[in-house]
Design a protein around this ligand. Sequence first.
Ligand SMILES: [Zn+2]
Length: 461
Amino acid sequence: MSSDITPWRERALHDSTLWEDFNALCDFGGRLAGGGGDSLAVDWAVARLRDAMGSRGDVRRLEIPFPGWSLSRASLASEAHPDRRWRCMPLLRSASTGPQGLVAPVVDLGAGRPDDFSRMANQLGGAIALVEHEYPFSPDHVHRRRKYDAARAAGAAGFLIANPWPGGGLMSGSSGRAPDAPGIPAAYVDARTGSQLRELINAGAPDVRLTLVGEEERNATAGIAIAELRGGRDDWIVISAHIDGHPLAESALDNASGTAVAIAAARALAAHVGSDTASLRIALFNAEEWALAGSAHYLDSLSTEARSQIRLNINLDTVAGDETLTALTSGFPALEPFLRACAAQAGLDLGVWLPLMPNSDHANFAKQGIPALRLVAGFDRPQSRVRAILSGDDRRELAKPEELVQALALTGEIAERALRSSTESLRALADLGTLAGKHEGQERISSLNVGGPSAERPPLA
Ligand SMILES: [Zn+2]
């Protein structure tokens, strides 16, 4: 055991490899699961984790199945003005149109909130619903997949979702459609295309031809990296991050940032795992962008006993892109005082948001009753650099070294405190007893979260 009492922030500042690792991950490109870059990145990460943990560590690459899918054709054009064509980015696992495409009128639903769908309900049958993407890390946003579900429920034949920010480019995201499940063709368009489609609707020429042809990849697998350092007992603290991303850019904020910090945490914490501490596991998941498939498979593959030994999941996803950090605590109220003490020790401000947000791998841990948090930058800051995630702008220039440093400092504090905690104290983190809003300002939070962390909520990655 190290007797080093240097504050975590000090240690994080001196890890020059953190920024190098972040850049190395960006060098692998967008790291779409199954795209090749993800696999190279996992091999690289396994080597980095072996360096970090030394001979005491057990570092493995595992292959997990995931519902692979690939796109062969995508196009979008006006029927009245066939020379007007636009680029579109099909949602992952979108349903296909026929080879001739789908010809239908576009109906403008504005942002695509529930009242927009109610207002336009009688016009959506057989039409293509046009909605806007929203900043995903805010209390009241409506996720792309909820809008897609609303369009399907209203009988729409297709779904287009536009980048809402002026000049904003194409984006990428999952449709959430399971293999062989029904669905409607769905794609992102850029901000300019969204405006031009609205102009055509207003000019009385709303018909477009949308062609999307994709294929199932039935035996697809993706690599994940699991690194373990055994302490004195089988209480496991799991730091996770997803290594995969989207093809449009470098998936830098989402999630080279979290992956680099997880690897740096392994390096920094190795000396703090000993016979008098709990055990440390680093899990670098894949296929997170495919409705959290990688972590779901990994957790399902563990024995009930092994799952029950996981005391805490610290999930790092998009930890740069803004100077603010928030812990999404998945409906586990006991995490808040624990995390506040860690943040105070690290000299950092930390936001805490209690309701479960099923927007990253922590949601799969929470579903198993494991106290789980996601650290995220820019919560409720829609003008922050974080809004570039999923787009062609998610490149390394958007991150600042000091943002990675503070995420590492906080992760180190949280993990070390957890590693040093007794089994009993760690078990208490799962306590739901204080759910009724005891803290100032938590009444609304609690009312949003009446179902608790175990309530069934589909993943919204
Ligand atoms: Zn992510």
